[in-house]
Design a protein around this ligand. Structure first.
Ligand SMILES: C[S@@+](CC[C@H](N)C(=O)[O-])C[C@H]1O[C@@H](n2cnc3c(N)ncnc32)[C@H](O)[C@@H]1O
Length: 381
């Protein structure tokens, strides 16, 4: 069967590689989505193992509709009692780009009516809508007159891994953090440091990768668990295997922040995953006053960029980051993501790579700044 995994802009190739690694076939890349073939086991496995997927969808039907009546009729052709009973709740998420269906809300109301009417006719009772925590999450995509209906097998977005108990001031999305680590090419052996770790997302994602802990390992709820055809045996089997896939790591992973409270927050988040005990070295340190912990390694970080966290003078702050990297962190490979593009220029280092990404809605750049060991210059391309 066909499976669709959605991701963030710029992470499509990373996700496609992850899908191939877990056994997906006929992998095709689209804008913020990857389609592939697999069975139910792979659908569950995708939810458990894909670090850069936001959700995993199962296409139900594809058709054209020229108006709301036709949409209603074609939605009724789907046998909904295969997916929803009167006791279950459901929601519809519309994504509509169409000159035919100009109000996504009306289109989704039509779809809701078609489902409810069919089930009421067959069973005498209708299922209820629940937008917060539905049993079955349906996605309606309309592009002009081309419609598709998909089931969301993840339920809540997969960036909700379950470890973030405490948020911090401006946490980066877990899927984006995992994607950045993948884009950096980190080999899981090289020492890893986030000197401005906030709630600890980068070091926690890195530690999970180094120990081969599945990103969905501690999460307890997935959408497919409320489906009528849920195969608990398959899911339990995957979880059991994932437990044995966890390995030891000797890779030093550091998480620093200048705020004591923030470091404590990061530590508490890491504590949510008991297998991470002792893997990350948390310390309160001011980046500008501290020394590198080892001769070489990789820095992955997102410094404040003024939008959500204000510093007195953001451009001066980035200048200081650049100087600190040049003078104190030679031998390291730095990967910095920021949405303050003017401030990035003030780092005073020529990036070897600039990768456009979005941090939430903010247009951002991930810059790669390799630093020569024993020199103050940036490595040439
Ligand atoms: C954008 S947040 C990082 C968010 C983090 N990636 C997360 O997922 O939660 C930036 C962090 O930089 C820290 N910071 C600011 N100036 C610093 C400095 N001089 N040294 C170390 N940390 C600093 C702040 O305390 C804040 O937690």
């Amino acid at each position: 069967m066909k499976i669709v995994a959605r991701t963030l802009a710029g992470l499509e190739e990373v996700l496609a590689k992850e899908i191939e690694e877990i056994g997906g076939t006929d992998v095709e890349i689209f804008n913020r989505a990857v389609e592939y073939q697999g069975d139910v086991r792979l659908l569950y496995k995708s939810n458990l193992w894909l670090r850069t997927a936001i959700d995993v969808l199962l296409p139900l039907s594809k058709f054209t509709a020229r108006n709301e009546e036709e949409l209603y009729t074609k939605i009724q052709k789907i046998n909904w009692s295969n997916y929803i009973t009167s006791e279950k709740t459901f929601s519809i998420t519309p994504i509509v780009h169409s000159s035919v269906f100009t109000h996504s809300h009306y289109a989704s109301l039509k779809v809701k009516d078609a489902i409810v009417d069919q089930l009421r006719e067959k069973k005498g009772r209708r299922p209820n809508i629940n937008t917060e925590n539905p049993d079955v999450k349906i996605m309606l995509r309309i592009s002009e007159n081309k419609c598709s209906v998909l089931l969301n097998s993840s339920g809540h977005s997969l960036f909700k891994r379950g470890y973030r108990v405490y948020g911090g001031a401006a946490p980066i999305n877990e899927v984006l953090a995992a994607g950045i680590i993948a884009l950096s090419g980190w080999d899981t052996k090289t020492p890893f440091i986030d000197p401005m770790c906030g709630s600890g997302t980068f070091p926690i994602e890195a530690a999970m990768k180094a120990k081969n802990i599945a990103p969905g390992y501690i999460r307890e709820e997935f959408g497919f668990m409320s489906w009528l055809d849920y195969r608990e045996d398959i899911w339990e089997g995957l979880k059991y295997e994932a437990q044995f896939d966890i390995k030891e790591t000797k890779t030093p992973i550091y998480a620093y922040d200048k705020s004591r409270q923030t470091v404590r927050t990061a530590e508490m988040n890491s504590d949510s995953i008991k297998e991470l005990e002792g893997v990350i070295n948390f310390e309160m340190k001011d980046f500008f006053k501290s020394e590198k912990p080892l001769e070489d390694g990789i820095i992955v970080t997102n410094p404040p960029y003024e939008v959500r966290l204000k510093t007195n003078n953001i451009e001066q702050f980035y200048e200081l980051i650049g100087n600190t990297l040049k003078h104190k962190w030679t031998g390291y490979d730095a990967w910095i993501i920021s949405s303050n593009l003017a401030a990035i220029k003030r780092l005073g280092l020529k990036p070897k790579k600039k990768i456009p990404l979005f941090n939430a809605q903010l247009e951002s750049k991930l810059v790669h700044l390799p630093l020569y060991a024993g020199s103050h210059k940036v490595k040439s391309e």
